[in-house]
Write a protein that binds this ligand. Sequence first.
Ligand code: AKG
Ligand code: FE2
Length: 224
Amino acid sequence: MGDAEPAFRLDHDKIAALNARIADDLYVQGWSICPDYVPENLRTALLADLAAQEEAGRLTLAAVGRDAAQTVETAIRNDRTLWLAGRDLAPAAYLDLMGRLRLDLNRRLILGLFEYEAHYARYDAGGFYRKHVDALHGERNRVVSTVTYLTPDWVESDGGHLVLYDAVDQDREITRVLPVAGTLAVFLSEDVPHEVLPPARPRNSIAGWFRCNPSGEDRVDPLR
Ligand SMILES: O=C(O)CCC(=O)C(=O)O
Ligand SMILES: [Fe+2]
């Protein structure tokens, strides 16, 4: 056997260029949409892993709120989720990719992001997630949100758009993102209200959040 081949070949120059653009977009407008961010072999493996977890019955109805205040509210969202663990090759490679983005954002924007958490999410046909923000202002808990889409051959009539709204005028739509496989959406967690429109067929994704140490605290907010 020769040297271990990396399971997923990543074009590091391309990633560096994309990360630079994401940092610029976040600085200028608070959000960035990056088509073809996750290479095809990696997103195929992630989708296969998600499907296996789904088959094994490991995805559960997502909750809203944090910690003790968490409840399942199917009037707000009805996706099913599973936290990503880095044990298997594909999720580990994805977490590495997001680790690289974390360092690039910190270097360019001095954000002080120190941790990343992510879950697989599956919306069945007709599923939704009503308009919300991912973090409360000033909490510095979730600072930057990421969503990667995994379902191949997604077309406009499949729906399931991610809709981003203006931070101030929260009724004003800024952009609509079609969840095409490989696209990465990134936005400031506290500032950008967003919603998931009902897809016409099952919609698979990985939603994740870069977190900061809450200032004035000497402990790391525990991962769930
Ligand atoms: O899947 C998406 O496009 C967004 C998901 C989302 O807003 C969330 O999980 O907080
Ligand atoms: Fe969200």
